[in-house]
Design a protein around this ligand. Structure first.
Ligand code: NAI
Length: 681
């Protein structure tokens, strides 16, 4: 066996295998055990180049490449190295290095086979594509993907070249433009892998496969034609149209660059002139890529907040409405035992029905759907209270009703069980009055829709114990959400920052600016959905309650939302709010018109930025990075801008302060800059 720092080569594992394949294990930093995940740093790539050079001189009959890490084949490029890149030239050099080394793998003069288990992302998939063959583990956790687009970059290590050749451009572009992963079965159907087999059979499978290698996979005719020069332009245009429905080119240049890279340069970034807008240099000089890479790292930081084993196995959810029903369904989906309580069966039934539909869509296989349903039990009597490790209360947003419920259930809870509230805005100090053990009260605040929003605020009241915080954070990580600890100030973090933005939109509406124009302005800034539409989606009753709780004396309180709630027009859920809703879509009377949208989005977003500054100053959240992460993962706040505080720094503090001053002169005190601006450098 021969070893490098990140690779181990077994050329003749035992005498019986002489003449059999060599096995190359990717095992990042195995000597000091400092890394549990394989990622491609420059060093790991250089070493792979050395391995190839040596194998060329002393070739085995065949080579199988495997990962020695439990969690997967490779997670892609080393994101820390990416984040350290400070110049466009460095970015190009890193791209070229990966491209050159994987070309060396592709040029090896003997059969090569990637054996893929667990996650195989970005560079991992590109290495696998550089091999002549691929075999994938059949487990549900094994996924292949080229998710570079989510970081604002392109699959630059040969993926944009080799994947379209292997499975046809239409399928490959779909994977590259969405970044979505495929499991073994799907990968085999697409032609991405040659075989699927359990990981425990990998060594034998490699020997058998490589003893008599077949002809390398060729795409089926229907797939191959999408690469033909006469069809190519049409495929590219169709893809551009699809992308345009989801992402603006000025906000997200990467998906457009992927299409151009494939269409005009055969997927090879090394041949793109440096000045071309789709070159690696241009993509890295654009603010979006560094912002998205930072967000990716912040996501890791949030995950690490929930580190440690969670001891929560049984969750009892009270309130089977919009939130409670979906929280219960999500926890059961993630493997926890869940009991769901409401005032009567009729109120629980819709939540169970929603869960069944969601499980069918997500899990597909009937036995998995059944197992998830078995974990979710309707519990009108509330028997689960006495047995669970965690109660999540998600009943009406009314402090008195919530406190009455706590008084009834607290004596029945296990001493070690946590009492959590999903309240949107009621301070914990108010809810903890009357509790025997206020140290176990915590806010576990999910966002709507539960299945889609990654963030969960873990709200620390003045009495909440450190242990309760830690156990709550670990629970949230266990159910695959991102925990963000925040202090129990009104509105916590996300709603507090969102509210002045939503309110300003409604003030503008009251001034006569059409809802369509307001929503278009927010989208031009980069919000995934306009604030008027969002108010309808969240529910106007909920929005009204939060707006009231967070209202500051002297600020306007738009009357329209109250009128709509009085008329039972609650938004999407009742079929009408600010918009009329048909088949789940808002009915827009007209387009946004020809007005300049920039002053409108400036007026709506600056109050949010100002509130974010205040939250950091007050210590509602630990620092500016976590504040940005919270708003992005809790609301989808213009990810390409990197969050409100990153946006502040990019746009320039002095410029934004000047804008605030002008808005204050025109509209009043709500635009007064927070004291925290003074400390921002
Ligand atoms: P909802 O009105 O859809 O559901 C509340 C449910 O609680 C109803 O089914 C009701 O029958 C039940 N309930 C009321 N009193 C009860 C009691 N004493 N015992 C058992 N069940 C009882 O309300 P939604 O929207 O699900 O909100 C629930 C909580 O989540 C509120 O505190 C709200 O502020 C918070 N929240 C709401 C969000 C939203 O977007 N709707 C987002 C995040 C938090």
């Amino acid at each position: 066996m021969q070893t490098w720092k990140h690779w181990r080569l077994e050329q003749t594992p035992n005498t019986a295998d002489i003449g059999g394949p060599a096995f190359l294990y990717f095992d990042k930093s195995f000597a000091d055990g400092s890394e549990s995940t394989n990622t491609f740093s420059s060093e790991a790539l250089h070493e792979l180049g050395d391995v190839c050079a040596q194998l060329k001189v002393n070739p085995p009959k065949a080579l199988a490449i495997l990962s020695a890490k439990e969690n997967g084949f490779a997670a892609g490029a080393d994101i820390d190295e990416f984040a350290r890149i400070t110049s466009a030239d460095q970015a190009f050099a890193f791209t070229k290095l990966g491209c050159d080394v994987f070309d060396q793998v592709a040029a090896l003069p003997f059969p090569t086979l990637a054996m893929i288990h667990g996650f195989c992302m970005g560079g991992g998939t590109e290495l696998a594509l550089a091999c002549r063959y691929r075999i994938m583990d059949d487990g549900a956790k094994s996924k292949m993907a080229l998710p570079e687009v989510m970081l604002g970059i392109v699959p630059g290590w040969g993926g944009a070249k080799r994947m379209p050749q292997l499975i046809g451009a239409a399928q490959a572009l779909d994977l590259m433009l969405t970044g979505r992963g495929v499991d073994g079965k799907k990968a085999k159907r697409m032609g991405l892998v040659d075989d699927v087999t359990p990981r425990r059979h990998f060594l034998n499978a490699a020997k058998v496969f490589l003893a008599k290698p077949r002809a390398p996979h060729q795409p089926a005719f229907k797939d191959a034609i999408s690469n033909w020069p006469i069809i190519r332009g049409w495929v590219a245009n169709m893809s551009r149209k699809k992308v345009a429905q989801r992402a603006r080119k000025d906000h997200y240049p990467a998906p457009y660059a992927i299409i151009d890279l494939w269409e005009k340069f055969g997927g090879d970034p090394r041949v793109v002139p440096a000045g071309d807008p789709i070159s690696i240099q241009s993509l890295f000089s654009h603010p979006t890529a560094p912002n998205l890479i930072r967000i990716f790292k912040l996501q890791d930081r949030l995950k690490s907040i929930g580190a440690g084993k969670s001891d929560i196995n049984h969750v009892h959810v009270i309130g089977a409405g919009v939130m409670g029903g979906d929280i219960a369904a999500w926890c059961a989906l993630r493997g926890l035992k869940v009991t769901l309580q409401d005032l009567d069966h009729a109120r629980i039934a819709p939540a169970i029905k929603r869960a069944a539909e969601a499980y069918k869509k997500r899990l597909k296989l009937p036995h998995l759907v059944q197992a998830a349903m078995d974990r979710l039990t309707p519990d009108v009597k509330g028997d689960g209270v006495a047995h669970c490790d965690l109660v999540i209360e998600a009943i009406v947003e009314n402090a008195e009703i919530k406190k009455k419920l706590y008084a009834a259930i607290e004596p029945r809870m296990k001493p070690s069980a946590i009492l959590a509230t999903n309240t949107s805005s009621i301070p914990l100090q108010e809810l903890s009055v009357g509790l025997t053990r206020p140290e176990r009260l915590v806010g576990i605040h999910f966002f709507n829709p539960v299945a889609q929003m990654m963030l969960v605020e873990i709200v620390e009241g003045p009495n909440t114990s450190t242990e309760t915080m830690q156990r709550s954070q670990a629970f949230v990580k266990k159910i695959d959400k991102l925990p963000l600890p925040v202090k129990s100030a009104p509105g916590f973090l996300v709603n507090r920052i969102l509210t002045p933005y939503m309110t300003e939109a409604q003030v503008m509406l009251a001034e006569g600016i059409p809802a369509e124009t307001i929503d278009a302005a927010a989208k031009e800034f980069g919000m995934p959905m306009g604030p008027i539409e969002l108010a309808d989606v969240v529910g106007l009753d909920v929005g009204l309650a939060v707006g009231r709780e967070l209202h500051k004396p002297g600020n306007p309180q738009p009357a329209k939302i109250q009128e709509l709630v009085d008329a039972k027009k609650l938004g999407k859920k009742s079929g009408e709010g600010f918009y009329k809703w048909v088949n789940g879509k808002p009915q827009r009377a007209h387009g946004s018109g020809t007005v300049d949208l920039a002053p409108l989005w400036m007026r709506m977003t600056l109050p949010a930025v100002n509130e974010a500054v205040a939250c950091v100053r007050e210590g509602v959240v630990a620092d500016a990075d976590l504040c940005d992460a919270g708003i992005i993962f809790g609301t989808g706040f213009a990810p390409h801008r990197g969050g409100p505080l990153k946006y502040l720094r990019a746009a320039g503090k002095d410029k934004l302060l000047q804008e605030l001053k002008l808005l204050e002169q025109k509209h009043g005190q709500r635009f007064i800059a927070d004291a925290g601006w003074a400390t921002i450098v």
